[in-house]
Design a protein around this ligand. Sequence first.
Ligand code: SAM
Length: 249
Amino acid sequence: AAGLWFVATPIGAARDITLRALDILASADVLVAEDTRTLRHLMEIHGLRLGDRPLIAYHDHNGAEARPRILRHLVEGRSVAYCSEAGTPVVADPGYQLARAAIGAGHPVNAAPGPSAAIMALSISGLPSDRFLFAGFPPAQAGARARWIEEIGTIPATLIIYESPRRVQRLLGEFCEHWGEMREAALCRELTKRFEEVRRGTLGSLRDGLAGDAPKGEIVLVIGRPLEVAPDAADVDAALAEAMGRMRL
Ligand code: SAM
């Protein structure tokens, strides 16, 4: 059907693609990919031919130029399938502005749902899933990063975070400093791939487990909500004494 289709692709295991996603890739008039080589390879694995259909690159660095071209295909009534490099488009991946532009111009926007590292990590983390926040990648710049850590730290929900293997130990250390070491967490690595691994523990134990040894591959951190700490009797006494002191003034 005409319109823009966000097609989810595997996050590792090539067979993690839905039959409907394959149908859409086989029949779309125009294919758009964050990485055209990755999409070509995936289609090859599943025996799909590109034929003489256009294959357009759309990524963070060429969005402004590529969008008008893609929109023209939509205006002309074509079906356009978009795949990011892995997983679900738009989730920490390009596609958001394309969706906005297509919706703004009145075109149908639809999806073939499928894998996302965030949801897979949540489902195998063993942490509460009734309320969760996808916090994406941490900001790189120090000030923004500290604010981000403060901001998400008090939210009463399970947190899902993407981080590079080179920086994950440092990030766990920063979480321990700001939030204490005792929050439950799961470090999920190389999901659906050969060296898939899940480490479950506290923020402190996961940080210590990585000491001197940066993990390899792709990582999702899942972190349990803040611990509900019962107020300590001594703290209550101190607060009371302080309040009474202020009242006398
Ligand atoms: N759109 C993708 C999705 O739906 O999962 C996410 C794209 S984002 C640019 C890439 C990040 O997702 C990686 O740095 C890692 O944090 C996470 N990721 C992707 N594939 C993964 C995998 N197989 N195992 C663990 N994390 C993965």
